[in-house]
Write a protein that binds this ligand. Structure first.
Ligand code: AOF
Ligand code: ZN
Length: 377
């Protein structure tokens, strides 16, 4: 492939990624995918996947290109599918439209596709290039890839704290630590997530709704609301259980009681998880959520559950909002980590720091290899 051709592909892939990002709040559980059709280096059609059940990006881009698709190149952020899911295979649509060349950022990790789309295109005589924009395209769909490649959602743990890393007032009064801009940002993270999870302690002390209250996508897609409540101690009237799709995880021995307590709420599903040190088995929770097609999991919880996620090394991204105030040593900590924790291998790498109103948001990604954590590296 000549250098100018590669530059045209790269530009088109950047555009396809921009298009894919439009589906950030709506495609779940499907991936965000964009597609550009190029004819003699010019864009003749664009498309992006909006919502599961609606056409895939390639089909919309082909529709936009019409007859100009014959002999053209399709640049797409994910391998075109070869299966019939809620919609027919994109590979067949590309072949039928007479596409001559396909550039895709990465393979589709869904086992129903997983290279089969590319094989079908090649068998039809279409040239296929895989790889340009792979990092960015994967970055748009961390949960979709995590679900198929690791059998679990992509986990983001959100914490809000004072400068001295305290997460609530010492007198436990119910008052916000961070300001409105930070809370609006939390709404956007919830809106892109397949599920939002908290613990029984937070439900009892804060009674959060954990829903999306700003318009992201039309209509607003509410994430599944999940509560980890080993002893079934949360009141069935808690706000998190009102208004629909909620999942309550309890320990096996509390299952019957919890099911009886929620018998009158069809929107609340109650399931058991094995117990683990001090709570429920978080790894088992993630496996179950992957089976429920949760791609991105947003965790907002108190210090004990936060510590469990961190100590179990199940956090992929840590998002901390720091408010410019000090709350003192009597206030609860950011995460109630055990005394020996500093020797554990998990550590984080700073990704980004940004102001939201008067608060500072710090984003970190998990680094699990011990060498990365050691001071020499
Ligand atoms: C593509 N282009 O724009 C998307 C793809 O139920 P369906 O028919 O919507 O199929 C969903 C699966 O299709 C999804 O799990 C993923 O493997 C692929 N998504 N593929 O060629 C697209 N959104
Ligand atoms: Zn498709």
């Amino acid at each position: 492939m000549s250098a100018p051709g590669a530059a045209v592909d790269a530009d088109a892939m950047r555009r396809a990624i921009e298009l894919a990002a439009r589906g950030l709040f709506t495609t779940d559980p499907n991936p965000r995918v964009g597609c550009v059709i190029l004819r003699d280096g010019r864009v003749v059609g664009e498309g992006w996947h909006r919502r599961a059940g609606e056409p895939h990006a390639e089909v919309l881009a082909l529709q936009a290109a019409g007859a100009a698709a014959r002999g053209a190149t399709a640049v797409v952020t994910l391998e075109p599918c070869c299966h019939t899911g809620r919609t027919p295979p994109c590979a067949d649509a590309l072949i039928a439209a007479g596409i001559a060349r396909v550039v895709c950022a990465s393979l589709d990790p869904n086992p129903r596709v997983a290279g089969g789309g590319i094989a079908r295109l090649r068998a039809a005589g279409i040239e296929v290039v895989v790889g340009p924009g792979a990092r960015e395209a994967r970055g748009l769909n961390p949960g979709f890839f995590a679900r198929f490649e690791r059998g679990r959602p992509h986990v983001r743990l959100k914490l809000a704290a004072s400068l001295d890393a305290r997460t609530a007032y010492a007198d436990r009064r119910r008052a916000w630590i961070t300001g409105e801009a930070a809370r609006a940002d939390v709404q956007a993270w919830r809106a892109r997530s397949g599920a939002v999870l908290t613990g029984a302690g937070t439900v009892r002390s804060d009674d959060p709704r954990l829903d999306v209250r700003l318009a992201y996508g039309d209509p607003v897609r509410q994430p599944l609301r999940i509560v980890l409540d080993p002893n079934a101690s949360c009141a069935p009237a808690a706000r998190v259980f009102a208004g629909g799709d909620a999942l309550l995880f309890v320990a096996p021995e509390a299952l019957a009681t919890a099911r009886a307590a929620h018998a009158g709420s069809p929107g609340v599903r109650v399931e058991a998880l094995p117990r683990a040190a001090g709570g429920l088995d978080l790894g088992a929770a993630l496996a179950r959520l992957a089976a429920l097609e949760v791609n991105e999991l947003w965790v907002e919880c108190g210090p004990r559950l936060a510590a469990a996620w961190i100590e179990d090394e199940l956090v992929d991204e840590l998002i901390v909002y720091y408010a410019p105030r000090l709350l003192g040593a009597d206030a609860p900590p950011l995460a109630a980590l055990s005394a020996g924790y500093a020797a554990a291998p998990t550590c984080f790498e700073f990704l980004d720091a940004r102001f939201f109103g008067g608060d500072l948001r710090v984003m970190l990604t998990a680094r699990r290899e011990e060498s990365v954590c050691s001071p020499e590296s």
